[in-house]
Design a protein around this ligand. Structure first.
Ligand SMILES: N[C@@H](CCC(=O)N[C@@H](CS)C(=O)NCC(=O)O)C(=O)O
Length: 236
């Protein structure tokens, strides 16, 4: 691949992911596509169709999805691409939205997305996948998650406005929302009232017209702001 390679502007994006409902690495990408009004198709692979994964994966890797993972995007240029956060950055560059406007802001967003991955991975291993032990769940709820809320509460207070960079939403906001969403839905004892910057963010995010409309279509219930309120949740 030459250093001048560019990826053509997609007319329609097809995303493929395993059917984990609204949890998992594919969902923030979906939120970004919804918010931006991008024309996309989202194929969900049922978990019982993972048989023969090694052969399926080899085919994906041969077509450019080098790490062989879902979520995966097809931009219609004959190649497949994986990596949820890199895909979100790539799409953001293509549509000219959701990025920082200078090097310092880009660095800040990169740092936050790095911590998003740490947070999402520990949620996946301690709460969401492969029936984790009670000890792992406790470790996440009492130690790992509070540590992340403290960090993200701090960074959401650095700028004036509800989003991580202030008044303009960026790709990182879809990531942050997704992690809070997982914690609230999986009964991780999250009381957003203890984290005022994150609470302000969640409220603003859920009021975005395209997001509001999308959340209302989710079977398991839309607003995590409402779910996280002590009076409406059994876990608080
Ligand atoms: N950091 C990657 C992780 C993706 C990932 O691990 N996806 C899982 C499904 S949730 C996968 O495809 N695993 C198959 C494998 O690694 O063989 C991302 O955010 O896209």
């Amino acid at each position: 691949m030459s250093s001048s390679s560019t990826i053509q502007q997609p007319t329609k994006i097809k995303v493929t992911y395993f059917d984990f409902g609204v949890l998992g690495f594919g969902q923030p990408l979906k939120l970004l596509l919804e918010d931006s009004g991008t024309d996309y198709e989202y194929e969900l692979i049922p978990l019982d169709r993972i048989d023969g994964w090694d052969e399926q994966q080899a085919k994906l890797m041969a077509r450019g999805n080098h790490f062989g993972t879902f979520p995966m995007a097809d931009f219609g240029d004959g190649k497949l691409r994986g990596g949820s956060v890199p895909l979100m950055r790539l799409i953001s560059r293509k549509i000219g939205k959701y990025l920082g406007s200078n090097e310092e802001d880009e660095y800040f967003l990169d740092t936050a997305s790095d911590f998003y991955i740490d947070w999402q991975r520990s949620f996946a291993s301690n709460i969401h996948f492969r029936k984790p032990s009670l000890a792992l769940q406790k470790d996440y709820k009492e130690l790992l998650a509070p540590r992340m809320y403290k960090k993200f509460e701090h960074v959401y207070g650095l700028h004036d406005g509800p989003y991580i960079l202030g008044h303009e939403i960026t790709y990182v906001d879809f990531l942050t929302y997704h992690n809070i969403n997982g914690d609230v839905r999986k009964d991780c004892q999250i009381d957003l009232n203890k984290w005022p910057n994150l609470l302000r963010f969640v409220k603003a995010f859920e009021e975005r017209p395209a997001i509001k409309s999308y959340l209302s279509t989710i079977e398991s219930g839309g607003s995590i702001f409402l779910l996280s309120q002590p009076s409406s949740s059994s876990n608080n």
